[in-house]
Design a protein around this ligand. Structure first.
Ligand code: 13P
Ligand code: SF4
Length: 358
């Protein structure tokens, strides 16, 4: 079992005693429907806490995008219900075309996916035929069909380091902050597409610096989709699972976390004695402050899950040719990460990398 799957299985969370009866009844109904449909719930850490709890209670998983892909591919259920955003459902379908893949809301997309249309990206690739095309998971199936490698935030650095060792130059899309971070870490020759995540792009380096002065003992954990001014102050830059592991395993009581607030549900369950502070998205005097929660992840709910399992949802369908082409880049990543498991999970102590100028 991978370290990530292990973290999902070790900490199952029973329904809370003071939860309203109607919510418990809704959860029971969703659990029954999952069983009746021979379906398993594959949820991302950013979705509603109730959906995360339901996934763990019913034998599904709550994970980062890499582990969601692995879990969905390996699970024997005939139906996968992916609670997350569209690219996660598409990845599940590409890896398991024989399974039915449902989502609570098929309209749940991602600003990175929207910021990298397949036709424009195809032209970019055509202009640079000498480069190895590496795309982030947060892209459409059609964009993946043009790529040699897909990566997630947990394995982007080791995979690009491997390509650099082989003397390959990289064409990277779509997240420019993650691309720049990977470039810094590996020294690879990378040409970057220019898109950002609407959530992580809002974290502010200057405000984070002030917050760190107010909380000098706090460790700073940052998702690599954040701007350089934020990542530079991090004690750990990592994927959602890597940030979660850091909170449970790092020797510190207080953490400032720059990622979607959905992850705090699991962090607080797994490390109840620790203090988790949201990284700032604006100054104290700001009249407008971002909420650090993905609007598309927020479209998932237990009610919509019930609707989709009651026959109200279209399964994900993809063009067969696109599936065939897109599968190669995903399989390549899964094969690499299973050969190098240590590179995609942080060590138990001495978390790396600290790229910090902190
Ligand atoms: P992870 O791969 O770290 O789960 O991130 C996915 C994502 O969409 C972050 O915004
Ligand atoms: Fe996309 Fe950002 Fe939402 Fe993640 S948090 S799904 S990168 S918009």
């Amino acid at each position: 079992m991978s370290a990530t799957a292990d973290i999902a299985v070790r900490f199952r969370s029973p329904a809370s005693a003071d939860e309203p009866a109607s919510r418990q009844a809704e959860r029971r109904r969703a659990a029954e429907l999952l069983e009746r449909n021979n379906a398993v719930l594959v949820a991302h850490y950013y979705v509603d806490g109730e959906l995360q709890d339901l996934a763990l209670e019913t034998g599904g998983c709550v994970a980062d995008s890499l582990e969601m892909a692995r879990f969905g591919r390996n699970h024997p259920a005939r139906t996968l219900v992916v609670a997350g955003v569209r690219f996660m459902g598409e990845t599940a379908k590409i890896l398991s075309p024989e399974k039915r893949v449902l989502m609570p809301d098929l309209e749940a997309t991602c600003s990175l996916d929207l910021g990298c249309p397949a036709d424009a990206f195809g032209r970019f690739c055509d202009e640079h035929p000498d480069r190895t095309v590496v795309v982030y998971a947060n892209t459409s199936a059609a964009v993946k069909a043009r790529a040699h490698w897909m990566v997630t935030s947990s394995c982007a650095v080791p995979i690009v380091a491997h390509l650099k060792e082989r003397g390959e130059k990289v064409l990277w899309a779509p997240d420019r902050h993650l691309g720049r971070y990977v470039q810094q870490q590996t020294g690879a020759d990378m040409l970057l597409w220019d898109a950002t995540c609407v959530v992580h792009d809002e974290f502010k380096g200057i405000e984070l610096d002030l917050m760190r002065r107010e909380h000098p003992r706090a460790k700073v954990l940052v998702h690599p989709e954040s701007p350089a001014s934020v990542a530079q102050q991090a004690d750990l830059v990592g994927s959602t699972t890597q940030l979660l592991r850091a909170v449970t395993e790092m020797d510190a009581d207080e953490f400032i976390v720059a990622t979607d607030a959905g992850l705090f549900h699991r962090m607080r369950q797994l490390a109840p004695s620790k203090t988790i502070l949201e990284a700032p998205t604006a100054g104290k005097s700001a009249t407008c402050k971002a909420c650090a929660h993905c609007p598309w992840m927020a479209m998932n709910s237990v009610g919509k899950l019930i609707d989709c399992l009651s026959g109200g949802a279209q399964p994900i369908e993809l063009d067969e040719g696109v599936v065939r082409s897109a599968r190669n880049c995903i399989e390549r990543m899964l094969e690499f990460t299973s050969r190098h498991p240590a590179t995609t999970a942080p060590p138990a102590t001495g978390f790396v990398p600290n790229i910090g100028a902190a």
